[in-house]
Design a protein around this ligand. Structure first.
Ligand code: PLP
Ligand code: COI
Length: 340
């Protein structure tokens, strides 16, 4: 029996779909892709993902266009980033092409879960790769599992495209300069749970982390990168401890295409007072404008916008990105894989 879904009021959360795809690394090699309808994983109690955090993931989306066709955004970039995460925490990297094959397969198998064009929702694709081999000494596993599952989602920050407040909490770091921040490793998100929950309890949508070394420069938010707009300039932090966001990279290109100047460089916290607009960006967050940043330990407020109404540049960037993703604008950089 078909479940009735109100696609346009979906939030960002887990939902069971029909199938996931899986692949196992053992005896020194990756096996064949398998299709599963189970939501469960069975593994050894000494699996390295459980004790030593050998786990990484990705996040991407599929969109249904006006023409009914399904499009996936920049999956080659997510494939490369997962390889880099694997190299970063010594997990077995996937053979070339396996990531893309798994994503195409799982989207096709769950086609009925890709929300309709009009809803503005999308299918979130979550690849995850983790060590399942047993170790009690701190060593990499000799067995790994790669799973890709999907679910229809709405906006990550509730109410969708609306400006929200962020805060700086100086007594927490999510990643260190030579730590794992530049990879999509599970432990980075564990480190963000206490500050993230505190921020939510105080009414902020996210923590804006400063660099752990000097606490002078902006790094990123817990689940998204940060950028600011200064006149005709798009400015985004350069730092060893932030995740290289594919959305941010795409927005930098879109900004250039729109005739803006783009700067990726260390961004001192005080620069917040010069910004005309600011936002978080990521697959889940898309473009999430920020109207103020409170530095709670320093008792300072950076008021960026007067209220929750997004500024014109963030609006243009958001609309352009979405239009490319849904197939309403020409994909001139070859970012979109279309299912024919
Ligand atoms: N930064 C962090 C810490 C994230 O978890 C994400 C989400 O993936 C991003 C940035 C945005 O990256 P992307 O645009 O590739 O989704
Ligand atoms: C994403 O944007 O895909 C993320 O991974 C962010 C968050 C849900 C962890």
């Amino acid at each position: 029996m078909e479940e009735q879904i109100d696609w346009s009021s979906l939030s960002f959360g887990y939902r069971k779909t029909d199938y996931n795809v899986r692949c196992t690394f053992e005896n020194g090699k990756w096996g064949e892709l398998r299709v599963s309808d189970s939501e469960e994983v069975t593994m050894h109690m000494a699996a390295t993902c459980l004790h030593y955090g050998q786990a990484g993931f990705e996040g991407m989306k599929a969109f249904r266009g006006k023409d009914g066709k399904i499009r996936v955004f920049r999956m080659d970039e997510n494939a490369k980033r997962l390889q880099s995460t694997c190299n970063g925490i010594l997990m077995a990297p996937l053979p070339d092409g396996l990531f893309e094959e798994a994503v195409k397969k799982v989207v096709k198998l769950n086609e009925r879960w890709v929300p309709p064009y009009e809803s503005g929702a999308s299918l979130y694709i979550r690849p995850v790769l983790f060590g399942t081999g047993a170790q009690v000494g701190v060593h990499p596993a000799d067995k790994y599992e790669f799973i890709v599952f999907v679910m229809p989602v709405g906006p990550y920050f509730k109410d969708g495209f609306k400006a929200t407040p962020c805060c700086i909490l100086r007594h927490y770091d999510r990643a260190a300069p030579y730590g794992t921040g530049r990879w999509k490793v599970g432990g980075n998100y564990a480190a963000s749970l206490v500050p993230g929950t505190k921020a939510h309890e105080m009414g902020y949508s996210a923590v804006l982390y400063l660099d752990a070394r000097s606490k002078k420069f902006i790094d990123e938010a817990g689940p998204a990168n940060f950028f600011g707009i200064e006149g005709n300039k798009y400015v985004t932090p350069d730092s060893e401890s932030i995740l290289p966001s594919i959305t941010n990279k795409s927005l930098m290109q879109i900004a250039r295409d729109l005739g803006m100047e783009v700067e990726q460089r260390p961004m001192p916290e005080e620069e917040l007072s010069k910004l005309d607009e600011a936002a978080m960006c990521g697959t889940a967050a898309v473009v999430a404008p920020i109207y103020k940043v409170d530095d709670l330990d320093e008792n300072k407020t950076y008021q960026i916008l007067p209220d929750a109404k997004p500024g014109p540049v963030c609006t243009k960037l958001y609309e352009t990105l979405r239009a490319i993703q849904y197939g309403d604008l020409e994909d001139k950089h070859g970012w979109v894989y279309v299912f024919e």
